[in-house]
Design a protein around this ligand. Structure first.
Ligand code: FAD
Length: 839
């Protein structure tokens, strides 16, 4: 009868014992665990502290008694292995309950001792309020501290997944959380621009974030714990969670002479054998060769620990003549992992771009920002996916995803392709289960494959968000191809704006002697524009990977230091601007007291600038002092709402975000800023456009700008002069008496807006008809409807009296709502404007 001894009774150890029993019913199996518990859910510990897992008993997947009863494994809790004698095949064991030691023999030994949290010798680290988290006793102590001491502020040091899970769960308990991370980003395994999305989310949840800073000491001052940082800052708090990484528990293995790697992890072969043929090792304590780099490394995660334990057990059983499956070799871990960070899911597999760069592995990467499922089905959520690949062979190297839904399945699919050595073309062909609530007909995984394939085929080339400054310095022409409304809400400094739909008619504005750096919202329209330019002869150009969404998130400020206000720990809502609080209330000043009305607006599903247009029209109807709560799924809405409030002078009370739905609370200002007044305070709040042209496309552009400016609260005046008068003529105008010249002009000029022609490629009206049909297909408002919207939004349309006289246009021929004015009325409007356009 063989005797198997296992050290460590949680993920790897318990799995190895259970598998061994299933393969060898005759063996004696002894499981040594120095703690009091085996097979518990370490991954669930943070959620117990947060009260999400309510019953402590739920943490225990298996008790020693049940383990013994079902598997006939001798479980010895409170028994610590102190040394191994490989030659004699014995382990010296300390029974912690009575202090006695004894020797235990083995035929095969499995080491699954795990990894311990790092506790560097920082002054004050032994303070009773500085906690690390690995085991049930650790979480018991943390939970007791929260329950009994009611901490107001906790500092979480280290923003890996355990630190972030603890941050979330402490917040769940109403504790104000400050995260301090030594790197310039959270979640080390992902790349900075993906982490930037996580930063925005953490901040939106009211968590304070310190990046590129580290702790130098813990001190006690006036009864409070103070965390001193390298930057010189001091953070008074009531508890600290230290989660700065783990170290393999390999002391036993080292003293037994087993081979270790440079970081002290136990080296194993693909059969999980250590350098001693009778000793196997699994889990957090071991280093296996990576299937991606060939180099040994540790992957301290539960999935690999369990798989390795099964393989070790199979090999042990096979060597002793027991049953075993055919698969006895471990191919190594590709590092697939996922974490919930508040409402976001953050997942990755394989190599990141930064690891490839560090290890000099040739790589390229794509970033796509599609929705979690079909945009037309309710509650489609933002989703960002990055795929890293070998540019020469197309072989997949890794992937990262951040989003609210479907993150796990996309990363799991790519992980499966990755572990099979597939290339990006496999992503383009991946056939997924599709219906609108779950995905789009083209899944984000397909999209990432398409973009990568386009790059490899030379159809597009990319610039990364962190290369933009270099390109600008070298004189690149930065071209934003989004709509003017989107451009107005934020853009790369110095960029020109020609929307992709206008680009064909405005090619002359794009220089041929400079590098052209294109970008749009997420990359798609930039790519369309790039294809136009490439086919028109431009060769020095590229599209910004991930578009404005990636750039804005990654290039902006990442941390939010100094937001903690003592005494106000329970502020539920994130604030963009500092606001006044009722002293000692613990809550923001009561909103309701100042409000006359609460209006809820659902703008979910609308794309930019839809939510802002909706906000504007609802705000116009609301009484001064009313409060609007506008909900939108467009991820740019949070910024847009902030910018809109700044422009209009309305009061942004707060922005909240939950599961991909942004809710802006805005109080209507008592004195609307878009009221016209000859007052320096109103300067810049007006916009004037002189519409001189009767070209269909130019008229269209002028109404796009006018509507956008009106939506931003500007008081807009459009002054129609000369040929531009045709734009505002009535459809089916009544017959009016005209002189000879008036009749001549009437015969030569378009009858109304429906008869306008394109400034370029009109081809006798075919071009204009094609444009209208494209607009219809793309659900872009037709010119007539834009004109109606402009009137409804309060845009003043003024027809130039002098031009009317010259062209023989009478008052009766003009659309309802068009005023007649002279140059003085234009100048009056222009005096308050900082936007004056001549079209
Ligand atoms: P462990 O599960 O740590 O077990 C080692 C055991 O060995 C310990 O109980 C220890 O007391 C015992 N031991 C050590 N030395 C001796 C000795 N000399 N004698 C006797 N007993 C000994 N991974 C994920 O994949 N997803 C997650 O969401 C996730 N969340 C986590 C959350 C937390 C808070 C923590 C702490 C870990 C989390 N992990 C997660 C990591 C995962 O739990 C580990 O990778 C996994 O448990 C490793 O298994 P192991 O058997 O190597 O070590």
């Amino acid at each position: 009868m063989a005797k198997y001894l296992i050290i460590g009774g949680v993920a790897g150890g318990a799995t190895a014992a259970a598998r061994l029993r299933r393969l060898d019913e005759t063996a004696q199996i002894v499981l040594l665990e120095r703690g009091d518990y085996i097979s518990y859910a370490n991954c669930g510990l943070p959620y117990y502290a947060g009260g999400v897992i309510k019953e402590r008993s739920k943490l225990f997947v298996m008790t020693p008694e049940r383990f013994k009863a079902t598997l006939a494994v001798e479980v010895r809790t409170g028994h610590e292995a102190r040394s191994i004698d490989p030659a004699a095949k014995t382990v010296t064991v300390l029974d912690r309950k009575n202090g006695e030691t004894y020797a235990e023999k083995y035929d095969a030994l499995v080491l699954s001792p795990g990894a311990e949290p790092l506790r560097p010798p920082i002054p004050g680290i032994d303070d009773e309020a500085v906690f690390t988290l690995r085991s049930v006793p650790d979480i018991d102590a943390i939970k007791e501290h929260i329950d009994a001491r009611r901490p107001e502020r906790a500092v979480v040091i280290g923003a890996g997944f355990i630190g972030l899970e603890m941050a979330e769960n402490l917040r769940e308990r109403g504790v104000f959380v400050t995260i301090v991370e030594a790197l310039d980003q959270v979640m080390g395994p992902i790349d900075p621009e993906m982490a930037a999305i996580v930063h925005q989310h953490i901040k939106a949840k009211g968590v304070e974030l310190y990046l590129s800073d580290s702790v130098t000491a813990f001190e006690r001052r006036d009864g409070r714990l103070v965390v001193r940082l390298k930057s010189g800052k001091a953070l008074p708090c009531d508890m600290v969670i230290l989660s700065i990484g783990v170290r393999p528990e390999s002391k036993l293995a080292k003293e037994a002479g087993l081979e270790l790697d440079a970081r002290g992890a136990i080296l194993v072969d693909s059969g999980m054998r250590t350098s001693d043929p009778s000793i196997y090792a699994v889990g957090d304590a071991v280093a296996c060769a990576s299937p991606l780099t060939g180099k040994p490394g540790t992957v301290p995660l539960a999935g690999p620990a369990n798989k390795e334990a099964r393989i070790a057990a199979d090999n042990i059983a096979r060597a002793s003549g027991g049953a075993a499956t055919g698969s006895v070799g471990y191919s190594g871990s590709i590092g697939s992992s996922i974490a919930k960070v508040f409402d976001l899911s953050v997942a990755c597999t394989g190599l990141s771009e930064k690891v490839c760069a560090r290890d000099k592995i040739a790589h390229d990467a794509v970033i796509v920002h599609p929705s979690s499922h079909a945009g037309y089905y309710p509650e489609a959520k933002p989703f960002s996916l990055k795929v890293v690949f070998d540019p020469a062979s197309g072989k997949l190297l890794g992937a990262q995803a951040v989003g609210y839904e479907g993150v796990d399945k996309r990363i799991d699919v790519i992980a499966a392709f990755l572990s099979m050595g597939a290339g990006v073309e496999a992503l383009t062909r991946f056939e997924h289960a599709y219906a609108p609530p779950f995905a789009s007909a083209k899944d984000p995984v397909n999209y990432a494959g398409f973009v990568a394939e386009n790059i490899r085929a030379g159809l597009t080339s990319q610039v990364r968000w962190n290369e933009v400054a270099d390109y600008k310095a070298k004189g690149a022409f930065v071209l934003d191809v989004r709509t003017p409304e989107e451009f107005a809400l934020g853009h790369i400094e110095g960029a020109a704006n020609i929307s992709n739909t206008e680009l064909r008619s405005r090619l002359a504005e794009v220089p041929r002697d400079r590098f052209v750096l294109l970008y749009c919202g997420v990359g798609i329209r930039g790519y369309l524009a790039e294809r136009i330019l490439r086919q028109k002869g431009w060769s020095e150009l590229a599209n910004l990977a991930g578009g404005w969404k990636t750039y804005e998130a990654a290039a902006g400020v990442q941390s939010n230091e100094g937001i903690y206000r003592p005494g106000l720990a329970h502020i539920a809502r994130a604030r963009l601007e500092p606001v006044a609080y009722a002293e000692g209330s613990g809550m923001p000043e009561a909103l309701a007291a100042r409000s006359t009305q609460m209006i809820e607006v659902d703008a979910c599903g609308l794309q930019c600038p839809g939510p802002i247009m909706r906000l504007k029209s609802e705000m116009d109807r609301a009484a001064p002092g009313s409060t609007l709560k506008v909900r939108a799924t467009d991820p740019g809405f949070a910024r847009d709402a902030e910018a809109w409030c700044r422009l209009t002078g309305n009061d942004l009370v707060g922005i909240d975000e939950e599961k991909g739905i942004y809710e802006a609370t805005i109080q209507k200002s008592a004195a609307p800023s878009f009221a016209r007044a000859a007052n320096p305070a109103t300067l810049g709040k007006e916009a004037t456009l002189i519409v001189f042209s009767d070209d269909f496309d130019r008229a269209l552009a002028s109404f796009v700008i006018a509507n956008g400016a009106a939506a931003s609260g500007k008081s807009v005046t459009m002054f129609f002069t000369f040929w531009g008068l045709s734009v505002v003529k009535k459809h089916k105008a009544p017959k009016v008496g005209k002189d000879f010249m008036g009749r001549m002009f009437g015969a030569m000029l378009p009858k109304d807006a429906s008869g306008l022609s394109l400034s370029k490629m009109n081809f006798g009206g075919i071009g204009a008809a094609m444009m209208k049909s494209r607009m219809k297909a793309k659900k872009i408002d037709q010119l007539e409807s834009m004109m109606r919207s402009a009137l409804a939004a309060g845009v003043r349309m003024t027809a130039c009296q002098m031009s009317m006289d010259i062209m023989g246009v009478s008052r009766e021929e003009l659309m309802e709502g068009v005023e007649i004015g002279g140059v003085a009325s234009y100048l009056d409007a222009a005096s308050g404007a900082n936007l004056n356009l001549f079209i």
